[in-house]
Design a protein around this ligand. Structure first.
Ligand SMILES: [Zn+2]
Ligand SMILES: [Zn+2]
Length: 246
């Protein structure tokens, strides 16, 4: 059976119980796999004096436990969104294609641009008065770690989890782009929570600016709301460009 048939079988014919368990397993493997990989890479870089920490303060007591527990709630919520998407596809409400060509790249670019807008809007909403108390769960990690990425109050995860389902009502994405997008999202989100500055290479240092920008957000609170790029911040908060992207 080729890869297209495997995906078709999973989306259209697999039992929904098995679908949700598979999605929970995939999201958990992605979260723990990428977090551990980044944690090990950070330790190696710091040990070899190739990188330094941005924020030197200590983590709060039981921070790792807090982050992993809330991330597991997020994993469950994101898996349930995956299940909902599959149910809507089976009922003909959402549509996907199975092309294995340049469409994967086009779909990913659309999703990456949309994600910048969606993340920024959700993040600004979470910083408004009624919701800021819930967003405090994520901001409890003032010293960020690769395990902080999914550490949200479940209601914030419900909001963040709409990133795929909303555009799917307007555009038919390829299933391969839809499966690759969470890998992109979590990888770049984890770079934002590494708390390190790389000591070599101008180009690499620029790309790792995601890390320093999101660190500024965790320490200074009212700056750098964006995801991987600063453009949404440039558009809506003029101060950010001058203060944090020199
Ligand atoms: Zn925030
Ligand atoms: Zn964060």
């Amino acid at each position: 059976m080729d890869i297209i048939e495997v995906f078709k079988e999973f989306i259209f014919h697999e039992s929904l119980t098995l679908v949700v368990f598979t999605l929970i397993l995939l999201f958990s493997a992605l979260y723990f796999g990428i977090s551990m990989l980044f944690k090990l890479t950070i330790s190696c870089l710091i040990k070899r004096d190739l990188a330094s920490k941005i924020v030197l303060s200590k983590k709060f007591p039981n921070q790792l436990k807090h982050e992993i527990l809330h991330s597991l709630y997020s994993v469950l919520i994101f898996a349930l969104y995956g299940l909902l998407i599959i149910v809507l596809i089976r009922n003909g409400i959402l549509d996907v294609h199975f092309k294995l060509d340049y469409f994967i790249f086009i779909d990913l670019v659309i999703l990456i641009i949309w994600n910048e807008i969606h993340f920024y809007l959700c993040h600004r909403i979470m910083h408004t008065q009624p919701l800021i108390r819930l967003h405090a769960v994520h901001h409890k990690s003032k010293v960020v770690t690769p395990f902080s990425t999914y550490s949200f109050h479940p209601i914030e995860s419900v909001l963040n989890g709409t990133v795929l389902i909303i555009p799917m009502f307007f555009y038919s994405f390829g299933v391969f782009a839809l499966f690759l997008f969470p890998i992109y999202h979590l990888t770049f989100n984890t770079i934002g929570h590494t708390n390190i500055k790389i000591k070599w290479g101008n180009v690499f240092n620029k790309s790792i600016k995601i890390s320093s920008r999101h660190n500024s957000h965790h320490t200074k609170f009212h700056v750098s709301y964006g995801f991987a790029t600063p453009y949404m911040d440039y558009l809506f908060t003029k101060k950010t460009r001058n203060q944090y992207d020199k």
